[in-house]
Design a protein around this ligand. Structure first.
Ligand code: FPP
Length: 244
């Protein structure tokens, strides 16, 4: 079934969608191309998704661009990915800024290669007041690393008498995550058919609905995004309760 935007607008849209953009390497292999060619087309698929968010007025997008585990990949693939991030920001920053997109890095970007780190921080600096789309780009991100970082900062605040142990609850801890002040993802999409979380947003996805698509990320289209949203709209979220 081919979906239309009118069909999607009939029901409440998700506010926050997180995406694990998987399958770039396999896509490239199938085409007889180097892995980096898959990542390159993957960047275009990502741009299409950002445009689709703009069209639908979905405010929060979180994408897994580089995990804390991705350092295990060959150096030339890592360098290539960093270069693609630099190229993406060089090429798209004007578009992103003009469309009210806040480019918000999440993860420990301090250890990225100099150019990639500088570009992503400059992109954030330029777009941080934008409020149309909050585009969280997970770079050197790991869910466990994020939680440990939050715990350390929280312990420090307790030690500095900025809060007490009794005040610690889920709401307070949320403030110590990279996604502080943002709603949890309503929908998590993973492309390429893999059924794993891969250390992504471990805290935030407690009640997130999942959609796994068999499509490899470079082929992931607006219609694939719409299909995931349509499926989400037809689910009943019970949050551990009994529902209607
Ligand atoms: C997973 O595919 C994909 C990645 C590890 C990188 C995703 C990055 C991009 C799409 C581009 C960079 C992002 C920005 C923000 C410009 P894989 O290589 O694990 O695929 P495989 O499982 O088929 O090998």
């Amino acid at each position: 079934m081919k979906l239309t935007i009118e069909e999607l607008r009939k029901n409440p849209l998700p506010e926050h969608i997180a995406i694990i953009m998987d399958g770039n390497g396999r896509w490239a292999k199938r085409q007889g191309l180097p892995r980096l060619a898959g990542h390159r087309i993957g960047v275009q698929a990502l741009k299409n998704v950002v445009m689709a968010f703009d069209e639908l007025n979905i405010k929060y997008l979180t994408v897994y661009a580089f995990s804390t585990e991705n350092w295990k990949r060959p150096a030339d693939e890592i360098d290539g990915l960093m270069e693609l991030i630099v190229e993406f920001l060089d090429k798209e920053i004007d578009y992103l800024d003009a469309h009210g997109v806040c480019v918000h890095p999440i993860g420990d970007v301090s250890v990225l290669t100099g150019k990639a780190r500088d570009k992503i921080l400059a992109a954030y600096e330029r777009t941080k007041e934008n409020n149309n789309i909050i585009f969280n780009v997970a770079l050197n991100y790991g869910g466990r690393q994020e939680i440990i970082r939050g715990i350390k900062q929280l312990c420090q605040d307790v030690q500095d008498n900025k809060c007490t142990i009794d005040e610690i609850d889920e709401k307070l801890f949320n403030q110590y995550l990279y996604t502080a002040n943002q709603p949890d993802p309503d929908l998590l999409i993973r492309s390429s058919g893999e059924l794993r979380i891969s250390n992504f947003l471990l805290w935030q996805i407690a009640y997130t609905e999942m959609w796994v698509s068999d499509v490899m990320w470079p082929d992931f289209s607006k219609q694939d995004l719409w299909r995931a949203i349509y499926d989400y709209q037809n689910r009943e979220r019970r949050y551990g309760g009994l529902g209607k």
